[in-house]
Design a protein around this ligand. Structure first.
Ligand code: T4K
Length: 381
């Protein structure tokens, strides 16, 4: 029998976007209304680019209307073609971007602890057609950036990081967006920092800025010259304004999520069959983007799928990020790198992971209740 006390009155989702105080947003909107400037590199856009360079500790940044278009432009700006080595344990956007660029994604297995691409396996997947590596800092945990760069340097490959989950991540004080050739951040509503929809590319090569900005604006150089086949990747002034106002709320949201993380760790510690990242990684500043557990069915007594399904009866909507792995999508399963024998760790991890609700508006009682529900689901078998 389900304990009614544990059922939430209203739905608890995996995340809930932060929103700024409405009066601050209204003041920003007034500026836009007065200026009549709605898009195309307006003042809010310029202010947000400058603010984010500072915040992310990066050298150069270009804003986009979403992370997926940003990633397409990153591949185009690096002139990637042929084959690119990537991870199957990611959101659909990562391999889809390659496909949209007519590039064949080559799936490499992942590390069982970080859940990121296994950097030691990349070299064995390189062929004469390989032009780059598209690695993902999954759930904000940094990839093995040194090993990846070493392989890339030895084979003359480009490195693009999908840092969609990695806003604010630093390695020993260095912004995560400074590694590789280009990094992509997503500012989708589900991200800690967001602009409802949005994204950015960050890179060290300042000369790349003009090419990337041309690519996101149809390749238009001036009224009479279109110098390359660009796309419309521009972030508008309303999105930029939301981002500017939200930047002031980020520190508090991070503090709240840090407190929630410690409640989860305390409540789940020692439960057999449940594993999660128990400690902060030394030298790494977290993104506080997701809280993910792994459920070992044999030890815990219930499968991940059962837990995910039963949580719904309590009005808790967890997510199986990232199941199924991308290599199992109909559009990719024919690839030889998608063969199950090539990806044993990815398949195992994808069958165990569960993202639990994780956002600042949750309070300690909510988190304790979610953990109690997990135990009740196990007890009910
Ligand atoms: N690379 C990686 C590794 C990514 O994870 C993503 C995006 C990308 C690239 C592409 O970046 P973008 O082009 O999106 O900028 C969500 C997001 O739509 C997606 O941005 C994100 N990754 C992915 C991991 O999660 P869904 O299909 O799970 O979203 P949805 O609508 O089910 O939202 C999850 C929960 O959040 C909902 O149950 C309720 C809550 N929610 C959601 C929205 C949109 C709200 O409370 N308010 C909202 O406005 O994909």
């Amino acid at each position: 029998m389900m304990c009614m006390r544990l059922q939430f009155k209203s739905a608890i989702y995996v995340t809930r976007p932060i929103l700024p105080p409405i009066e601050k947003m209204t003041a920003k909107l007034m500026e836009i209304w007065v200026s009549h400037r709605l898009t195309n590199n307006g003042p809010q856009h310029r202010l947000l680019e400058a603010a984010l360079i500072d915040r992310l500790k990066v050298h150069t940044l270009s804003l986009f209307n979403n992370g997926t278009i940003a990633l397409i432009v990153a591949c185009q700006s690096m002139r990637l073609s042929g084959e690119v080595i990537t991870t199957p344990f990611t959101f659909a956007a990562t391999p889809h971007v390659l496909t949209w660029k007519n590039i064949k994604p080559i799936f490499c297995d992942i590390d069982p602890v970080t859940m990121n691409i296994d950097a030691t396996k990349i070299e064995s997947m390189i062929t004469p057609k390989t032009t780059g590596i598209l690695a993902v800092h999954v759930f904000g945990t940094p990839c093995d950036v040194d090993v990846i760069q070493d392989v890339a340097d030895r084979y003359g490959l480009r490195v693009i990081y999908d840092a969609a989950h990695a806003f604010g991540v630093e390695i020993n004080g260095t912004g995560i967006g400074t590694f590789g050739d280009i990094s992509m951040f997503s500012f989708h509503a589900t991200k800690l920092f967001h602009t409802a929809e949005g994204g950015a590319l960050t890179f060290n090569d300042k000369n790349l800025k003009s090419r990337i900005d041309l690519l996101k604006n149809f390749g238009i150089k001036n009224e009479e010259e279109v110098v390359m086949p660009g796309i419309n990747g521009k972030m508008n002034e309303l999105q930029s304004a939301l981002g500017l106002v939200l930047l002031d709320c980020i520190d508090e949201e991070r503090r709240k999520r840090k407190a929630i993380l410690s409640v989860y760790r305390k409540c789940l510690n020692g439960i057999e069959g449940i594993s999660f990242q128990e400690k902060d990684i030394p030298g790494v500043e977290s993104s506080y983007q997701y809280f993910v557990i792994k459920i070992d069915e044999k030890i815990f007594g219930c499968s991940r799928d059962q837990v995910h399904e039963e949580f719904k009866q309590y009005n808790v909507f967890t997510r199986k990020y990232f199941y199924p792995i991308c290599s199992e999508y109909a559009c990719y399963r024919h690839l030889s790198s998608a063969h199950r024998d090539n990806l044993p760790i990815s398949r195992k991890i994808a069958s165990e992971v569960l993202s639990l609700p994780f956002y600042g508006d949750l309070n300690q009682d909510d988190v304790e209740k979610i953990c109690e529900i997990l135990l009740e689901i196990r007890a009910r078998g």
